[in-house]
Design a protein around this ligand. Structure first.
Ligand code: NAD
Length: 265
């Protein structure tokens, strides 16, 4: 018996086989979930469709999460196709590249709004559209990053957006509690993906991370997938409104061991 037998999951945010959404999709599939996918635009379709098919899914719906009608169309299609849904994965974020370099005070009003709309409100909008067709015992999951709590240079408006996403996770967890639906977030360590390539000096951050984390390794999309299974299955049935760090322990470190002049001799 697998952990997600009989469960249906809709995954937002698959772009390619490096996406965190792909790591999650593979792990949910291994545990027996039926999958549906939503992707941002037409250009991604040729990548997303074969990936979905390789996991036995023909549900691939285009959806710009900035548009309520697109989100509602995916929810309506999911209702027609599956009846009810058990798991929603939100693995979506966007900010203009020029907002992710230099001082935070240079953030433009339009850039701030865009980052908040795509990376935060969309989670709320998806929760609202799917609420009538969510099964009790279900789970919602979104992806966040430690730049929400502490300054990660260049992460800027996205750090502020992730703080709002984590707060939204708690508010949604409160709302959905009575329906016995749980809402959680995974705070992932840096992973090389399309989205992260837009963050200024990401390569340096990625390298630094493995040196600084207690477990001296970067995390993978497969690691995130395993933790997603935990948060979407009955193994975590009384956990809601939480942010689970999957970051080799990076977030617990207050200071690296100082390198004293004597050490260098
Ligand atoms: P990714 O580029 O593979 O995924 C981001 C997805 O967001 C893409 O599929 C993209 O198409 C989608 N998206 C952007 N604008 C959209 C829109 N208007 N409508 C619909 N979809 C839209 O990169 P990823 O790193 O897998 O990112 C997934 C999530 O993980 C994001 O929330 C990201 O912030 C988070 N995260 C990433 C890292 C990392 O280092 N890669 C670390 C922590 C958290």
């Amino acid at each position: 018996m697998t952990l997600l037998e009989g469960k249906t999951a809709i995954i937002f945010g698959l772009a390619n086989d490096r996406s965190i959404a792909w790591g999650i999709a593979k792990a949910l599939h291994v545990q027996g979930a039926t999958l549906g996918f939503s992707y941002a635009n037409e250009q991604l379709e040729r990548r997303v469709r074969p990936l979905a098919e390789s996991l036995g899914s023909t549900f691939t719906e285009e959806c710009d999460v900035a548009k309520d009608k697109d989100i509602q169309a995916v929810a309506d299609k999911a209702a027609d196709t599956f009846g009810k849904v058990d798991i929603l994965i939100h693995s979506v974020a966007f900010a203009d590249r020029n907002e992710l370099i230099g001082p935070y005070y240079n953030t433009s009003r339009a850039g701030f709004h865009l980052a908040m709309d795509i990376s935060v409100y969309s989670f709320v909008g998806i929760a609202k559209a799917f609420q009538p067709i969510l099964n009790p015992g279900g789970a919602l999951l979104c992806m966040t990053y430690y730049g929400s709590e502490k300054v990660a240079p260049n992460y800027n408006a996205m750090g502020v957006a992730k703080a709002a996403l984590e707060a939204s996770t708690r508010y949604l967890a409160y709302d959905f509690g009575e329906q016995r639906i749980r809402v959680n977030a995974i705070s992932a360590g840096p992973i090389r993906t399309l989205a992260s390539s837009g963050v200024g000096k990401f390569r340096d951050m990625y390298k630094y991370f493995a040196d600084a984390a207690p477990i001296k390794e970067n995390v993978t999309i497969e690691d995130i997938g395993q933790s997603a299974v935990f948060l979407c299955s009955d193994m975590s049935r009384h956990i809601t409104g939480e942010v689970l760090f999957v970051d080799s322990g990076y977030n617990i470190v207050g200071m690296l061991e100082p390198c004293m002049p004597a050490d260098r001799e």
